[in-house]
Design a protein around this ligand. Structure first.
Ligand SMILES: [Zn+2]
Length: 323
């Protein structure tokens, strides 16, 4: 109830006060959900018929970024370089109509081996206000997916309706999570693996990629954690269960260089420390892929089963019975 009141009053409150209130709230919330966050012990079962990750890897590692505003855009190359130095590649999801599109930046990321995806349309909180509104915006989103050569989509604020999302022309969606009770639409997907989602219009299913490490904003801005300890322990847990480590970090909140991070920022060195940890602790034991390559792999792995009956391998969800 406290949270409802907060979200109703939110537009009237200065940003710094909002952050202060959310910090207080989240301390209280965190104690309430300790049994399901950051680890929900239930969704560790692999899908039926699972034969394992490519190259015999123990687990998969996928890095993604949502670029919220121009400040985030200006930090994309620094973030890409931080990853490339350590042998990693990632996807950057841009909002088509919130800030000025930068085709040159998209081309540079592509040339460096990174992926570009679409993050909502305007990021105004209204994409899911009604089915009609979603479908109206889906036409424009599909145009950006085609123009940018994108293969993936993620909704702002992790809003999701898996049936509606099926009308987008993408191979995968990444608007969900295994467990994250701090999101406005807090229903976890109950799995640490990708899954196929059938489309109402009969086209081939798309792949849903839930994130499995907590969001940076939650851990470092709201909870004020000074190290990547929570990320590391969840990663260890996912690795031991052979799952998918999928992370979403935002260049907007990352502070590069000297000086103190701002009120909505954390030091990029925390993220670098996580990547260094993976490289040293799990050398040769993970399959690192772009989300589009994971989607391709998953489709090939489970395609044979989707013709005979969607509820079989790879469809680990109850969604298939919804429409
Ligand atoms: Zn966003």
């Amino acid at each position: 109830m406290l949270r409802d009141i907060f979200y109703r009053l939110k537009p009237l409150i200065p940003r710094s006060v909002q952050i202060g209130i959310r910090r207080q709230l989240i301390e209280w919330q965190r104690r309430q959900v300790a049994d399901i966050w950051p680890i929900d012990p239930n969704p560790a079962t692999p899908p039926e018929g699972w034969t394992g990750w490519p190259d015999g890897a123990d687990f998969a590692l996928i890095l993604t970024h949502d670029v919220e505003k121009p400040i985030g855009q200006s930090r994309c190359l620094a973030l890409a370089e931080l990853e490339r130095e350590r042998g990693f590649r990632s996807s950057f999801n841009f909002v088509p109509e919130r800030y000025t599109d930068n085709p040159d930046l998209r081309r540079r990321l592509d040339a460096m081996g990174f992926e570009v995806g679409v993050h909502g349309l305007n990021h105004d909180g209204k994409l899911y206000s009604s089915r009609e509104e979603f479908m109206r915006r889906a036409v424009r989103i599909n145009q950006y997916i085609a123009d940018w050569g994108a293969r993936g989509f993620r909704s702002p604020a992790m809003h999701h309706n898996l049936e509606w999302l099926g009308s987008l022309d993408c191979d995968y969606d990444a608007s969900t999570f295994d467990t994250d009770p701090f999101e406005p639409q807090p229903d976890g997907m109950g799995t640490i693996f990708p899954f196929l989602v059938p489309r109402a219009d009969g086209r081939a299913p798309y792949i849903e990629l839930p994130y499995t490490l907590p969001q940076d904003f939650t851990l470092f801005v709201l909870m004020g954690e000074p190290t990547p300890a929570t990320w590391k322990s969840k990663l260890d847990w996912l690795a031991a269960r052979g799952g998918m480590v999928l992370l979403n970090v935002h260049p907007d909140y990352m502070h590069f260089g000297d000086g103190r991070p701002g009120i909505e920022e954390y030091s990029a060195s925390i993220y670098a420390e996580l990547l260094d940890y993976v490289v040293t602790a799990y050398s040769g034991r993970y399959w690192h892929a772009l989300p589009r390559d994971l989607a391709t792999f998953w489709r090939a792995e489970f395609a044979v089963q989707t013709t005979g009956g969607l509820a079989r391998r790879g469809c680990v969800t109850p969604w298939a019975s919804l429409w």
